[in-house]
Design a protein around this ligand. Structure first.
Ligand code: TYM
Length: 327
């Protein structure tokens, strides 16, 4: 069975972008692949975090994985920092990655342009290598991610190929799996920017938002003055974003939605979208509340860490042997 690895970092509450760009794909793929879904907490500390919030969010994300529909009997769910091999392999791979490669990572470049490098941790700079380790430890064939992570998966492929060529066949070369629709859900207020947990409150729907908040955020989403429900990212980024969200959550094609709403105004369309979103998110929240406080969640995470540790330690031993690091 082919393998899948993916992760979400607990640097903020889960967003609709995380759900559409990543989690909906995890749910689809879990039946066909051996899946590893990780809460990548070590990635979160590349920027400052508040201890108690981080601690809470780590388990929140694990609970949301399950509440959204990942079956813990089928997939392995675990917390990255409970598997030490991730950091060990990361160091080894850092010694196999060029500074030039890291300099080309757009996420790093964007952040460095914004805040300068003096205030950025070196962990933020090297984090694509930690991500490569996450993926390569489990011989992952596919990595389901949103568009923003594509470059990191490509770097992972380069690092793995280079290592294999130099030291012998060690890593499976992974491929990214990016959804055709919904790979980049945009901010509702600034639809030319990615929806992100660190950005504008009003522009970002959280999976924890109450129904009235979701409705408010959708109803006040920025659109244009044409009043025509048509997918056109360049000229109508706002309405195109809402169409993508609608399409993913209802599994209706964009074309059929354009048809369905051709005689409606933006207000009617947004109202329908808000209702659909609430219908999806509300049951997830209820399931989340149950699982978040259950003892079962800890058992699932313990079990997940055990399985992940076994596989990851085996891989690290192989890598160390290849390098002459084992007695
Ligand atoms: P993170 O935590 O920022 O996001 C988690 C996943 O959600 C996707 N995503 C989006 N998709 C569509 N539209 C959006 N607005 C949006 N916002 C986020 C991301 O593309 C991602 O798939 N470095 C990664 C976490 C990571 C990882 C890994 C992923 C660490 N190790 C190994 C895959 C495999 C990150 O920061 O994702």
């Amino acid at each position: 069975m082919k393998k899948i690895f993916s992760g979400i970092k607990p640097s903020g509450d889960l967003t609709l972008g995380n759900y559409i760009g990543a989690i909906t794909n995890f749910i689809k793929l879990q039946h066909e692949y051996e899946c590893y879904f990780c809460v990548v907490d070590l990635h979160a500390i590349t920027v400052p975090q508040i201890k108690l919030e981080l601690k809470k969010r780590i388990k929140d994300i694990a609970a949301f994985y399950i509440a959204c529909g990942i079956d813990p009997n089928k997939s392995t769910i675990f917390i990255q920092s409970e598997v030490h091999a991730h950091t060990e392999l990361s160091w080894i791979l850092e010694c196999n990655t060029y500074i030039g490669e890291l300099n080309r990572m757009t996420q790093y470049k964007d952040k460095a342009n914004k805040v300068g490098t003096d205030g950025l941790s070196s962990g933020f700079y090297t984090y694509p290598v930690l991500m490569a380790s996450d993926i390569l430890l489990y011989d992952s064939d596919l990595v389901p991610v949103g568009e923003d992570q594509k470059q990191h998966v490509e770097l992972t492929r380069d690092i793995a190929t280079r290592f294999n060529n130099k030291h012998g066949d060690t890593f499976t070369i992974p491929e990214h799996l990016i959804p055709k629709v919904g790979a980049r859900i945009m901010d509702l207020q600034e639809p030319t920017k990615k929806m992100s947990k660190s950005e504008n409150d009003k522009g970002c729907i959280l999976l924890l938002d109450e129904a009235n908040i979701i409705r408010k955020k959708i109803m006040s989403a920025k659109t244009d003055s044409e009043m025509k429900i048509k997918y056109d990212v360049l000229n109508k980024p706002g309405i195109s974003n809402l169409l993508s969200i609608f399409s993913i959550i209802t599994k209706k094609s964009i074309n059929s939605l354009e048809n369905e709403f051709k005689n409606c105004n933006y207000g009617e369309f947004k109202k329908a979208l808000a209702n659909e979103l609430i219908n999806i998110i509300h049951p997830i929240q209820q399931k989340y509340e149950n699982i978040r406080t259950s003892r079962e969640l800890d058992e699932i995470l313990d079990e997940g860490a055990k399985k992940a540790n076994y596989l990851a330690n085996k891989k690290v031993r192989k890598v160390k042997k290849r390098l002459g690091l084992l007695r």
